[in-house]
Design a protein around this ligand. Sequence first.
Ligand code: KDG
Length: 317
Amino acid sequence: TADLVTFGETMLRLNPPAGTRLETATTLEFRTAGAESNVAIAAARLGASSVWLSKLPDSPLGRRVTNEVREHGVEPRIAWDDDARQGAYYIERGADPRPTTVIYDRADAAITTARPAELDRDAIRDAAVFYTSGITPALSPTLAETTADLLATARAAGTTTAFDLNYRSKLWSPSEARRAYESLFADVDVLVAAERDVHQVLDREGTAEDLARGLAADFDFETVIVTRGDEGALGLADGAVVDQPAFETDTVDAIGTGDAFVGGYLARRIAGDGVDDALSYAAATAALKRTMEGDLAVVTPAEVERILERDGRDIAR
Ligand code: KDG
């Protein structure tokens, strides 16, 4: 049995070298990325035994994805499909004042037809935590149903469910996303939400604390974590608020920061830390992620702890 089970799509990630435009690129770096495998990888590297569930084409491209996920210590459990597509995305990294551009090539990817019976629901039932994100239900109506089923399966088995809104404007409108999210919330224990998404997608106003308290009151979440970019994060659990500042970094690549944060947080909660210690660990993991290329937090516990020690945190482990 795994501590953490995650479910979602992982794509090929194709990007020209920094500073080169997609229009004129002659070489592309070839990596893999997906919010839910990013979380599983961060958590596995930080000590949580992790399984990632997905559906992929039975092809060299699908195996390229599982190879990379496995390399970081996550066990992929995959529904293989002979003729399905492998999703991909192109990314042209920005530099002030030019924004980063993402182009998805993921329509009809293998995962869009994934049904609960093809996936290892026993792994979810046996896990301490099940995690998925708001990207997954956006990918197809079937996947929206599957996401709901898996969250309910976890809940019924006593597995803690964690869900990051991860709003992606290229996948759906704020009102579609809001309706889908709210239909899932009854089966979510731990909600992670970017402050901007709570304002723009859930259409709520106020400070981070107001947002967390309002969501906890309306949907009965056990924990709400509002992430605020450079401003850090705010956690609300059992009525108590924890304010976690962000660590300063030299940012090489910001994509995947939120997933690194969640992976670090879940790894330490699973290991028995309280919400406050897990949030500082999460913030240090997120800061490390930003110093490296690619979506993945290629980190070790010793590196995260060094950052916390430098910050004057006592590490009693
Ligand atoms: O959180 C990072 C993700 O956005 C990235 O890995 C790609 O999963 C992805 C998506 O759907 O945008």
